[in-house]
Design a protein around this ligand. Structure first.
Ligand code: ZN
Length: 86
């Protein structure tokens, strides 16, 4: 298994993404979802129960600095070299 932990350029420890691959032609991209305070989670739950949907969808993001992009590019190159074609 190979994995790369990517930290957001803002420096907040909860803004992270994880790239993982095994010996297969797929890669997994996981984002840590910030839970927020209890009243924020309650607000999200109430809106969900009432069927609210944002016109923009549900997104989260991290900001990548140049070093993180370099590490990610190298990791993606390794993935393409190490795993079989479908
Ligand atoms: Zn951030």
């Amino acid at each position: 298994m190979s994995e790369l932990l990517i930290r957001c350029d803002c420096g907040w420890n909860e803004h992270i993404a994880l790239l993982t691959y095994w010996d297969a032609p797929e890669m997994y991209l996981q984002f840590y979802l910030v839970a927020g305070r209890w009243w924020q989670r309650l607000w999200v739950a109430v809106r969900y129960v009432l069927g609210y949907k944002s016109q923009f969808g549900a997104w989260d993001e991290i900001v990548l600095g140049r070093e993180a992009v370099r590490e990610m590019a190298s990791f993606l190159d390794d993935f393409l070299a190490d795993t079989p074609e479908e």
